[in-house]
Design a protein around this ligand. Structure first.
Ligand SMILES: *Cc1c(COP(=O)(O)O)cnc(C)c1O
Length: 332
């Protein structure tokens, strides 16, 4: 086998798909007439915004919890699962745990606004508010794992998480076997790593293009350095792409290094334009992280003429306030 795939084999991907079927939406792949015309290409949108939690992260969380139940029995998870995300991953773990009958505790800092807390509680999870930063919330997660016997569901750095996200790649290959290229937002790399592993296993010539923020592109900086590095975080319209990859990264760094063919960074202005473009022309409300593929093609003038290209529209976790910021940047 030419690819080592770091635990995300085709067999693991198909097992993931079997586990999540019925729990997670098999999302539509929709042609965009406007973008296809604009770029003289066949542009397809993979709408992960159709997931019940509004983002693809449900795939990985569902696969990991279901796999742990399968391997160790439900009793092993009786103390519950835990994580420390305010965003799409926190909602995914809360939703998946409730569906699979496992308790979930989501640790959030005291700075997290109450509407976000209410959203996670409404999904059936317990919210623990601790500390004044995400780092302190993570310390509480570590304590819950060490002292209370809870099980960590990490946001990206685990083969089960990457395989869950990679089921998107299986669906793409079934719905568009002629696909030439896929654009994937890149943060911790579970999404790109999983999709890349699936597509390279089935159709090695598919080009996998990663897109990061221009500020705080932790995975990209780590790949350049040859090992995981920390980067300074900045506020962004694509906030779901922020955050580090973990200095003790054990899976997603090597996986992305293996399956990603090329990479672009996008500015805040380009993300803003792409978000407004998606709303106006596609009638899709998407968060910044979900618009970075379009942002990269526009900002870097990437030539996709004559190609069949998929953009992963990864989530819709955007507030009116953030949308206003995007509109303001675009000037309309
Ligand atoms: C988490 C997330 C990403 C990036 O996924 P990684 O696996 O961390 O690279 C992209 N888009 C959205 C909407 C996300 O929530």
């Amino acid at each position: 086998m030419s690819h080592s795939t770091h635990g995300v084999t085709l067999a693991e991907l198909y097992r993931a798909r079997k586990r999540i079927t019925g729990q997670v939406v098999r999302s539509p792949l929709v042609p965009s007439a406007a973008l296809s015309r604009r770029f003289d290409a066949e542009v397809l949108l993979k709408l992960e915004t159709c997931q019940p939690t509004g983002a693809f992260k449900l795939r990985g969380a569902t696969n990991m919890i279901a796999a742990l139940i399968e391997r160790h029995g439900r009793e092993a998870l009786a103390r519950g699962v835990t994580t420390a995300s305010t965003g799409n991953h926190g909602r995914a773990v809360a939703f998946a745990a409730a569906r699979l009958g496992v308790p979930a505790t989501i640790c959030l800092s005291t700075l997290v606004p109450s509407n976000k807390i209410a959203t996670i509680e409404a999904l059936g999870a317990t919210v623990t508010r601790v500390g004044a930063s995400q780092d302190q919330a993570f310390e509480e997660v570590a304590r819950l794992v060490d002292e209370e016997g809870m099980t960590l569901i990490p946001p990206f750095d685990d083969p089960l998480i990457a395989a869950g996200q990679g089921t998107i790649g299986l669906e793409l290959m079934e719905d568009a076997p002629q696909l030439d290229r896929v654009f994937v937002g890149l943060s911790g790399g579970g999404l790109l790593g999983g999709i890349g592993a699936a597509m390279k296993a089935i159709r090695p010539e598919v080009q996998v293009t990663g897109v990061s923020l221009s500020r705080g592109a932790a995975m990209w900086k780590s790949l350049e350095a040859g090992h995981p590095v920390a980067v300074e975080e900045a506020e962004s319209l694509g906030d779901s792409l922020g955050g580090g990859i973990g200095l003790d990264n054990r899976c997603s760094f090597a996986l992305v290094d293996e399956v990603m063919d090329d990479h672009y960074q996008v500015s805040e202005a380009a993300i803003a334009h792409a978000m407004v473009d998606m709303l106006e022309n596609e009638k899709l409300l998407v968060e910044g992280a979900a618009a970075v593929g379009l942002a990269a093609i526009e900002e870097h003038g990437i030539d996709i003429r004559g190609q069949t290209v998929a953009l992963i529209v990864s989530g819709n976790g955007v507030s009116l306030e953030t949308l206003d910021r995007a509109r303001h940047l675009v000037g309309r």
